[in-house]
Structure formats: structure tokens, C-alpha cells
Ligand binder design. Structure first.
Ligand SMILES: Nc1nc2c(ncn2[C@@H]2O[C@H](COP(=O)(O)OP(=O)(O)OP(=O)(O)O)[C@@H](O)[C@H]2O)c(=O)[nH]1
Length: 499
């Protein structure tokens, strides 16, 4: 089960439960059993799932589920909190400092995507002005040095390794020394992931760590390894002091549940996720927006950042103004498709839209999604200005649809599909009506310091009503605050809840 499906199953279970007139223990249990099944199918470790179920039962007070309260919200929040607790070990990982040499050692089994991830990590930081360097201490796999060299050359990152030296410690120490002298601030050591015997792999890792004294050991794990995740992560943690985790292959058919197990086993945070084979398919991992997206709740703050990233600067004020007026026209959709096609990767942008899940624009099917957007744009090219600037769906009569279909050479069915897509987008975006849109960079500071009064002004009225008005909001904020959450996290949670 891929993560998007897991989110879908959980949301469905909650929806089913909240449809019941009376929520008693039996109904709640059925809902939790459904969620448990979905989590197990996603390869989350059995013990974690069982603990989670017990905790939710403890948190959710049946009396609160009585008529009049928003049951869906209460359960959804309990699940949200539990998933966040599992994914957040409570202590941040070592953060390297620009301008000061840090040694970062990568460990993980062969095929986990370790070598690729080393380069992605270096490239990510290089783009942000760091001076990274790569050291290949994998002397076991014949092609390892070539692979790293190739990746590093493409990304213009200095590298060190040897075709002849067979002692990984020696290479690691020499590489680290050389790059320290060259004032590189991020020295990344790639280690071997394969050995005839597992014991010798762990011994080698220990020796390389001993010799290079890394500031941070990053454990790289393939998200699709399933139930083995917990044991594998624990075995690494027992050999070297793993301080952070990177989960790879979160795109495609990954059963991401292993990610939760890896955090539990290493008690270390996930810092990045790999979302494709390309060097820039690499995302910073943030627990709350991730869980929010997982549960199909939308990631409002991420979405705002994305707007700032995707939409050209000169178009931003105009777009945000139109959105806040609740005026989402086909022309806006056309312009956004244009921006998205220029920018890519579209899956990421769409999965951040409140109310949309990754299922709609699945990763790994980007070519198809892009082709679809282009077809929709061809259709819109055959529309009149009146049609493009109108937000009343009734305008699109049958005769207009047939004319547009003829003009664009696309079947009428597709014109209707495009209009359906527009309606869906317009519905989601209409929630931004009346919303105060902060400028770039203001979002986090603003929401971090917001009190309930200010927050109530920013939230769409409908949502505010759902959480029980000002009183409900204050209670919720207090609860979040006691768990270390901020208003920003709540914004992430609220985006698109009332689909
Ligand atoms: N789809 C996808 N593929 C990935 C991702 N990360 C790595 N890969 C692919 O996974 C395969 C294995 O990656 P490597 O980097 O060679 O694996 P490794 O763990 O370094 O293997 P060893 O060097 O033998 O230890 C390659 O084909 C990568 O392109 C990811 O996030 N998504």
C-alpha cells in the first residue's frame, strides 16, 4: 500500500465512523481496527500499531464524541498527533554549520540508494551556498567509485576515492583530511553496503566511524523494504551512532510505513526523503506537514511556500489578490498550469494543495499528468475570453462544449473532464476567499506568534465553525501548544479539512 492509499484508507475509516449517529465504544473500535489494518498493510511495525491504537483510545474521550461535537476532527486530531509522535523522536539531529568542516557518514544496505543520496545531499547543500565534497569509502563493490565519481562530476562536486586501494578506512581518512585542508564545510563519506557477512559490514562501518569521527551518521533506508525496516534500522543503530535517517524511493510503489519503524528503531529523526532517481528529487522532511498530507488534510504552509516558488514574482500579488477574493477562473487555472509545467515536478505541487492527495497526480506518472495538463490547455486555447474569465460553471452550455471540442480537436468528454477538474480546483481554492495572504517569509513568523484571535481571522469562517468557533479554537491551540505545536502546524492541519 503506497502512502497516499494509506492516507485515503485512514480518512475513509474516520469518515465512516463520523457518519454513525451515535459513537460508542464499538463504533470507535471498528474505526480503529480499520486504521490498524491500513497501517499494517503499509508495513508499519506491529508493535507500533498496537501502541498507537492503545494511545488513541486513551486520548479520545467517548463523551467528547457525543452529538454536537465534531467527531471527525477529534479522531483525526488524535491520529494526527499519534503519527507525529511516532515520527518525531523528540530531539533534532546534529545540524552542520556553513563555513565549519563537518564530516557526515552515510550508512545503509546495498541498493538502499545510499550513493545516490550522498550526491543528492551534497547537491542540495551546494545549491544553498555550501562547499560539499564526496569521499567514496566503498571498496567492496567494484563500480561504487565510478558511480560516485560520475554523479559528483555531473553535479560539479569535488570527490575522492581510489580504484586500487582496498582499505576503506585509509581512503576515508585521506579523503576527509584532504577536504578539510581545502576548507570544504560538508565532507560526505559514502560507505559500503554489501559484505559477504553482515558482521564484517558492521565491523567495517565501526572502523570507518572510529577513524573519521563523523559529526553525524545518516542511515539511508529504502522505503519499500517492508516489515524488515525496524530490525534493519536497529541493527545499524547498534553498530554506529546513527543520528538521522533518510528514507529513499518514497515515489512509486513504496510502502512508506517502514519510515515510521526506522524512526522508532533509531530514535533519530528523518531529515530528508528521496522522491525519485534524479539529483533534485530530494525533499526536506518535516513531520507535521508530512502527516497532514498523508491524511489528505493538505499542507497549507507548504502550499503557500510553493506558490511563492512556482508563480513568477510579478504575478504573485495579482494571483494572491484574486484568490483572496475567491475568484478562481479558468484563466487562472490556465496560467497556473503554465507555471507548473515550467517548474515541475508537478506531483509535489499538487499533493500540497489542500484537499488534493498524491493519488490525483501520482508521482512516477508525471509524464502522463503533464500531457494531461497540456491537453487541457489546448482545450482552453479554443475558449473565448468571456469563458476564460468567468467563474460561473453554468456558462458552459452543451453547445459551447461542442464548439470548444471541435475547435481544439479534442473529444467533448475531455472538455467536460477538464471542466470537472476546474470545478474541483475552484472548490478547494475558494476556501482561500477572505484569507489574509502573508508575504514570502512572513508565514512562519506570523503563524508561530499568532494567538487564537488572530488565527480566527485568518481561518476561513466555515472551518472556524467546524472546530467550534473561538472556544473550540482556543482549546485546540492550547492542546497543540502543550505538545509543542505552533499555530503554523495548525494551519497545516486545517488546510482543506472540510473537503
Ligand atoms: N525511484 C527512486 N530511485 C532511487 C531513489 N534513490 C535511489 N534510487 C535508485 O536506487 C538504485 C540504487 O541506488 P544506489 O545509490 O546505487 O544504491 P546504494 O545503496 O548506494 O548501493 P551500494 O553502493 O551498492 O551500497 C539506483 O538505481 C538509484 O537510481 C529514490 O528516491 N527514488
Amino acid at each position: 500500500m503506497v502512502l497516499a492509499q494509506l492516507g485515503g484508507s485512514i480518512s475513509r475509516a474516520i469518515q465512516q465512523m463520523s457518519n454513525a449517529t451515535i459513537i460508542d465504544e464499538k463504533v470507535l473500535n471498528e474505526c480503529l481496527n480499520e486504521i490498524t489494518r491500513a497501517l499494517l498493510q503499509s508495513d508499519v511495525q506491529f508493535k507500533l500499531v498496537r501502541d498507537m491504537q492503545t494511545n488513541i483510545k486513551k486520548i479520545v474521550n467517548l463523551d467528547d464524541l457525543a452529538a454536537g461535537h465534531n467527531k471527525r476532527k477529534i479522531i483525526q486530531q488524535a491520529i494526527f498527533n499519534e503519527l507525529c509522535t511516532i515520527l518525531d523522536p523528540g530531539k533534532p539531529s546534529f545540524t552542520p554549520k556553513k563555513g565549519k568542516s563537518s564530516v557526515i557518514m552515510f550508512v545503509g544496505l546495498q541498493g538502499s540508494g545510499k550513493t545516490t543520496t550522498c550526491t543528492k545531499y551534497a547537491y542540495y547543500h551546494q545549491k544553498k551556498g555550501w562547499k560539499p565534497a564526496l569521499v567514496c569509502a566503498d571498496t567492496f563493490r567494484a563500480g561504487a567509485f565510478d558511480q560516485l565519481k560520475q554523479n559528483a562530476t555531473k553535479a560539479k562536486i569535488p570527490f575522492y576515492g581510489s580504484y586500487t586501494e582496498s582499505d576503506p578506512m585509509r581512503i576515508a581518512v585521506e579523503g576527509v583530511e584532504r577536504f578539510k585542508q581545502e576548507n570544504c564545510d560538508l565532507i560526505i563519506v559514502d560507505t559500503s553496503g554489501r559484505h559477504k557477512q553482515e558482521a564484517s559490514l558492521f565491523e567495517e562501518m565501526r572502523q570507518v566511524a572510529e577513524a573519521t569521527k563523523p559529526d553525524l551518521v545518516i542511515f539511508v533506508m529504502d522505503s519499500s523494504i517492508g516489515q524488515a525496516a525496524f530490525d534493519q534500522a536497529q541493527a545499524f543503530k547498534q553498530s554506529v551512532s546513527v543520528g538521522a535517517v533518510i528514507i529513499t524511493k518514497m515515489d512509486g510503489h513504496a510502502k512508506g510505513g517502514g519510515a515510521l519503524s526506522a524512526v522508532a528503531a533509531t530514535k533519530s529523526p528523518i531529515i530528508f526523503i528521496g522522491t525519485g532517481e534524479h539529483i533534485d528529487e530530494f525533499e526536506v522532511f518535516d513531520v507535521k506537514p508530512f502527516v497532514s498530507r498523508l491524511l489528505g488534510m493538505g499542507d497549507w504552509s507548504g502550499f503557500m511556500d510553493k506558490i511563492h516558488e512556482v508563480v513568477p514574482m510579478d504575478q504573485q500579488p495579482e494571483l494572491l489578490q484574486k484568490l483572496s477574493e475567491g475568484n478562481f477562473t479558468l484563466r487562472i487555472m490556465y496560467e497556473q498550469f503554465q507555471n507548473i509545467l515550467k517548474m515541475g515536478p508537478i506531483g509535489q505541487v499538487f499533493s500540497m494543495l489542500p484537499g488534493f492527495s498524491a493519488e490525483l497526480m501520482p508521482k512516477g506518472h508525471e509524464k502522463e499528468s503533464q500531457a494531461k495538463l497540456k491537453r487541457y490547455m489546448t482545450i482552453m486555447d479554443s475558449m473565448t475570453n468571456e469563458e476564460l474569465d468567468n467563474s460561473n460553471p453554468k456558462l458552459m452550455t452543451e453547445s459551447r462544449i461542442i464548439r470548444i471540442a471541435r475547435g481544439s480537436g479534442r473529444p467533448p468528454r475531455e472538455v467536460m473532464d477538464m471542466l470537472e477538474e476546474y470545478k474541483r480546483l475552484a472548490k478547494v481554492w475558494s476556501k482561500m476567499k477572505g484569507l489574509k495572504i502573508p508575504k514570502k517569509g512572513e508565514m512562519s513568523a506570523l503563524s508561530r506568534n499568532m494567538n487564537a484571535q488572530q488565527m480566527s481571522k485568518v481561518l476561513p469562517q466555515q472551518m472556524l465553525k467546524q472546530i467550534g468557533g473561538m472556544g473550540g479554537l482556543q482549546g485546540l491551540m492550547k492542546q497543540m501548544g502543550s505538545m509543542g505545536g505552533s499555530a503554523k502546524d495548525m494551519m497545516g492541519m486545517f488546510g482543506g479539512v472540510d473537503k
